[in-house]
Design a protein around this ligand. Structure first.
Ligand code: ATP
Length: 134
């Protein structure tokens, strides 16, 4: 089976690197699956889980936005933050989710705090999804 090198990097360092068979990401335009020998591309990512397939194993990574660069045999994901399921503190993500939901209830739709709370909510939901293995 063909493979490609995948790197997930944040300002704190590398979160994942390995030879894999497929990567699925959530771009700002929708879901995208990348196989080896894909055409080169650069795309912004949404807050969402990245699915990395290696043989029959799937590794999930909670990726907080950023960019993906695809080359023929290499995929580089650069994000502000990214965590493997084992590095996610579930209680912290639950608390962040509740805090963000409370702020959304209180904030006005056109205000900056509303957008901030919306993003915080997305990050928390993403972490809970990844730690839950979905
Ligand atoms: P919180 O409100 O709990 O800080 P956040 O979404 O605002 O969450 P970020 O700004 O995305 O947090 O991340 C700051 C740092 O904390 C990053 O290094 C990120 O990997 C880490 N981090 C955030 N939430 C969690 C979590 N639930 N488990 C483990 N690491 C986390």
């Amino acid at each position: 089976m063909k493979t490609m090198q995948v790197n997930v990097v944040t300002p704190d360092g590398s979160v994942y690197d390995g030879e894999v068979n497929m990567v699925s990401v959530k771009t700002t335009e929708g879901e995208l699956g990348i196989l080896p020998n894909h055409l080169p591309l650069v795309t912004p990512l949404s807050i969402g889980p990245v699915r990395i397939k290696k043989d029959s194993q799937v590794q999930l990574v909670a990726v907080n936005g950023g960019f993906m660069e695809v080359r023929r045999d290499e995929v580089n994901i650069l994000a502000e933050s990214a965590e493997l399921p084992s590095d996610i503190d579930e209680a912290r993500a639950r608390a962040a989710k509740e805090r963000a939901q409370r702020r959304l209830d209180e904030a006005k739709k056109d205000n900056i705090d509303f957008s901030r709370a919306e993003l915080a909510l997305k990050r928390a939901i993403n972490r809970l999804e990844v730690v839950g293995g979905k």
